[in-house]
Design a protein around this ligand. Structure first.
Ligand code: ZN
Length: 541
């Protein structure tokens, strides 16, 4: 995510820091095992235990993927990043009925869940992010619900595992548990059928609608990540991008009224979206927008925009083409066939937001007025936000990270990518060092944290009273990578960075893995101690 108007944001942050609107919650700050006593409702499972897996599934058990689909760029042998992790991945099949009269989605979902851990599982945990917009959600600073209804935004109608009816039970915030009818053995798969209804709130945000434009992000009920013997159960929080998901395959059918245009993750073939090796699936829909298209190296790029923003949409399209040219070279080939940009007032709550194959960019009437006074500066702003969100296709999308507990890992690279984009696109008189120094003046009166660097903070800590420090993981994060770049020299640094992306592609990186990768590439000890203090490995260096 990127807040486009940084100065405005900093001013807002100052306000937030001095207000008494403090966030209070008992959210733990690391990956946690949810204690049993926090489960507030009893599940209603039948006691008989029956076999839950079908024979055909068992035959498929050793397949890496449940979706036999290839994109045109993969088929034609383009030089793209490939999933070589050897990890088996979850598979989603969704039928989504969108109704604009009631602003709802009716969803039939089949999830084939792979237990790729060494443990046998008796329960699972899921995230239902839309319920962060239900009335009185405890983890948001402001109540962002759209109605007075006490009903949750996501209402589950049925869940079936085999012929057993199951139930999701709220554990904490947007985290839900599900007791399995029988043990899911290590390396086994499980088919879970869900039927649920999602109400889209009236909000200008990445999940919400306004003036006939619908942003539909993070709407899918998806399993939490099980790693190191624990479920990563972290409720949604307002600041940043509180998401942590694994690579999966999606086959999605979106049924919208004919006059609605849809922009979505994945490739549309015969009315169905195929999205292979992605961390999430999101879409946008509106009946009032225009579409502008172009392509780069067989990547089909589309911008969706209301007519009045045509000039800006053109600029976004230009930037997208250039971004793919630069990043494909720097980080390795974009692995998908399609890329959509939405440029609407609907995204104002976020500035810019990244999803696999889809970014949502905010624009408003005020922006248009401003653009008239200084077109060149405004275009630079458009380029900065678009190239930032496109960089997230590699940093968050391809190289994943726990965006809740270690958000610096992707935001710092997205920020540094903006600098590389401007430099590599040959922007006149552009000096990365000078630009970074100029932004750093925003923090000149901010006392750095004592016990641990802001890079070591999670979103719950940032949400309490550290909005400005959250911005530091972007700006100072960009500076950190720039200093590593300067020390190694451009050629060597970029060679290593490309290797970094390839090493962690379609996997999840951690601060520990980051350190292990970079520590022997140069003499970075002093830099690590300056930027990443409070990390056990760094403190022991
Ligand atoms: Zn970002």
């Amino acid at each position: 995510m990127k807040k486009r108007n940084l100065v405005f944001l900093i001013a807002m942050s100052m306000l937030a820091l001095t207000s008494c609107d403090k966030f209070s919650s008992d959210v733990t700050t690391t990956t946690m095992v949810v204690p049993e006593e926090s489960i507030v409702e009893e599940t209603t499972l039948k006691s008989e235990v029956e076999t839950t897996k079908e024979k055909s599934e068992k035959e498929n058990n050793n397949e890496l993927s449940f979706m036999d689909w290839k994109g045109k760029r993969e088929k034609s042998g383009k030089d793209i990043l490939k999933n070589e992790t050897g990890r088996r991945k979850n598979y989603y099949e969704l039928n989504v009925d969108f109704d604009d009269k009631s602003s709802t989605l009716d969803i039939d979902q089949k999830l084939i869940y792979v237990n790729d851990s060494e443990d046998d599982l008796n329960e699972m945990y899921f995230n239902i992010i839309p319920n962060a917009y239900s009335k009185g959600y405890a983890y948001n600073k402001k109540d962002k619900s759209s109605s007075d209804s006490d009903k949750d935004m996501t209402c589950v109608q049925s869940i079936k595992i085999g012929d057993k009816d199951c139930k999701l039970t709220r554990v904490k915030g947007t985290v839900y548990s599900l007791t399995l009818p029988e043990t899911l053995k290590s390396n086994d798969t499980l088919e879970i059928l869900m039927d649920y209804k999602v109400t889209i709130p009236k909000l200008q945000n990445r999940f919400g609608y306004y003036n006939g434009e619908y942003n539909v992000g993070n709407f899918i009920i998806s399993p939490a990540i099980y790693e190191n013997g624990e479920w990563a159960c972290n409720p949604y929080v307002e600041v940043g991008d509180a998401f942590y998901t694994e690579i999966a395959d999606y086959k999605v059918k979106i049924n919208a009224p004919e006059e609605f245009k849809v922009a979505a993750t994945g490739t549309l073939e015969n009315g169905t979206y195929y999205a292979k090796d992605v961390r999430d699936f999101a879409f946008f829909t509106s009946k009032k927008c225009e579409v502008m298209s172009d392509s780069y190296d067989d990547i089909d790029i589309n911008v969706y925009y209301p007519k009045k923003y045509k000039v800006n949409a053109k600029e976004a399209l230009k930037c997208a083409k250039k971004s793919f040219e630069i990043y494909n070279e720097l980080y390795g080939g974009y692995p998908y066939d399609d890329f959509d940009i939405t440029m609407t007032a609907q995204s104002q709550g976020v500035g810019g937001m990244e999803y696999p194959g889809l970014i949502m960019i905010s624009i408003s009437e005020d922006d248009l007025k401003f653009a008239k006074t200084d077109r060149e500066y405004f275009n630079e702003q458009v380029h900065d936000v678009v190239c930032h969100e496109i960089a997230h296709q590699w940093f968050y999308g391809i190289v994943g990270d726990d965006e809740i507990n270690e958000p610096w890992l992707d935001e710092s690279y997205a920020n540094f990518s903006e600098k590389l984009y401007n430099y590599k696109s040959g922007k006149k008189d552009y000096d990365m060092g000078n630009i970074i120094d100029a932004y750093m003046t925003l923090f000149k009166d901010v006392e750095p944290p004592k016990d641990k660097s802001e890079f070591m903070s999670n979103l719950y800590e940032f949400n309490k009273d550290k909005d400005l420090l959250y911005m530091a993981i972007y700006i100072k994060g960009g500076k950190f990578h720039y200093e590593m770049y300067k020390q190694l020299g451009e050629e060597e640094y970029l060679k290593c960075l490309k290797e970094y992306v390839k090493t962690f592609a379609f996997d999840e990186v951690t601060t520990e893995k980051f350190l292990n990768f970079w520590k022997d590439k140069g003499d970075f000890k002093k830099m690590f101690k300056e930027y990443l203090y409070g990390n056990e490995i760094v403190d022991a260096m």
